[in-house]
Design a protein. Structure first.
Length: 131
């Protein structure tokens, strides 16, 4: 929408500019001044539309960067949870009977890579209001 508005304003500004030049050539300073005022107002509107479009694009890019950082952070948290579970279970396996260690260790890694529950994001703690 901003692009369409800028395009229309640009066409109108070109027309007012042509009117102003024609009025100057005819020696009609009042009409030339009026055309210049309209041209300036439209040109200001075009600049504002362009600035707004740039601002919106930057906001969109920032939101995408933040979303990517959030995805990366959640992925790192999942890896940390997986490592913590593996560490705890590995210690428990190491304390067990030697003949069961290999079987249990293999089962551990199979479950860590296949169990989707470990990939689930932990629930967010409720916000506590300050009273």
């Amino acid at each position: 929408m901003l692009s369409r508005m800028a395009h229309v304003a640009e066409a109108l500004a070109t027309g007012f500019q042509a009117q102003g030049v024609a009025a100057l050539e005819a020696g009609d300073l009042d009409r030339a001044g009026e055309a210049e005022t309209r041209f300036s107002n439209l040109f200001l509107g075009i600049r504002r539309a362009i600035a707004l479009k740039m601002k919106l694009r930057k906001q969109h890019e920032e939101a995408e960067r933040e979303a990517e950082a959030d995805r990366d952070r959640r992925h790192d948290q999942k890896d940390d949870r997986r490592e913590a579970v593996a560490d705890g279970v590995s210690r428990a396996i190491a304390a067990g009977k030697p003949q069961a260690r290999e079987r249990l260790t293999a089962g551990l890694w199979e479950r860590l890579t296949e169990d989707e529950r470990i990939d689930a994001d932990p629930p967010t703690p409720p916000c506590r209001s300050r009273s």
